[in-house]
Design a protein around this ligand. Structure first.
Ligand SMILES: C[S@@+](CC[C@H](N)C(=O)[O-])C[C@H]1O[C@@H](n2cnc3c(N)ncnc32)[C@H](O)[C@@H]1O
Length: 213
């Protein structure tokens, strides 16, 4: 399943996975980009198989073969699994085999509410979002401001920002906020000293009354 829903043809601002002989590249479809001097120039994506004029992707059908200056590749819609394989690493990330186990052990299905810290590079967050949307929600926290900002920007570009809130906070010191008390179906901590977050996680978890009695 794609990140935000299937579409047939590539549109401006899509994130496209360029598949090149076992290499995956995430390409943001923008006709122009700023160069080192801040000047808007034509967006030409360089690969081991030559250059790709990114504007030429607009209107191309997903799944198609595309010509590069010294070879060819295929353009694919992103999924959380493909995104995990080519996202820009800002931290260590969790990969799909472990993500599958995490989703399963947390009993996540559409409609569930998940609290996550830290956001890191957003690899796990993308999988959480796909799993719980459209009626569920992901609250993700990271105490590193740039990581939180990058993640927010990516969720917007991927059209999934309505299913996730990104907050910059040290969750081991400050917790997840009173507004999340008894709201979460699952809390997942991928950060140093996670045991310090357990008491905060207990506040956030929603307990089923029948299970409690
Ligand atoms: C290993 S990365 C998480 C990777 C993420 N699970 C992924 O798959 O992309 C750990 C993140 O936790 C954040 N972090 C560490 N301690 C934290 C704390 N006390 N509160 C919030 N975030 C924290 C770090 O800034 C870092 O981005």
């Amino acid at each position: 399943m794609s990140l935000s829903g299937y579409k047939q043809f590539i549109e401006p601002n899509d994130t496209v996975i360029l598949y090149l002989c076992n290499n995956l590249h995430a390409v943001l479809v923008q006709e122009k980009i700023r160069n080192k001097n801040g000047i808007l120039v034509e967006n030409v994506y360089q690969t081991p198989f030559g250059a790709l004029k990114v504007k030429d992707l607009i209107g191309v059908q997903y799944g198609s073969k595309v010509e590069l200056s010294k070879g060819w590749g295929h353009v694919i819609q992103p999924t959380p699994e493909l995104w995990t394989l080519c996202l820009p690493h800002r931290t260590q990330i969790i990969y799909s085999p472990d993500i599958s186990m995490i989703l399963c052990q947390l009993d996540l299905i559409p409609g569930k509410v998940v609290v996550e810290a830290g956001t890191g590079s957003g690899s796990l967050t993308h999988a959480f979002i796909r799993c719980v949307k459209p009626k569920g929600f992901v609250f993700t926290f990271d105490f590193h401001p740039q990581r939180a900002q990058f993640a927010q920007k990516e969720f917007e570009l991927h059209g999934v920002d309505q299913f996730v809130s990104v907050k910059c906070r040290d969750v081991l010191t400050c917790g997840f906020g009173e507004e999340l008390n008894s709201q979460a179906d699952a809390v997942f901590l991928d950060l140093p000293k996670p045991w310090l977050g357990i008491s905060w996680a207990k506040h956030a978890i929603r307990y089923d009354k029948e299970v409690m009695t």
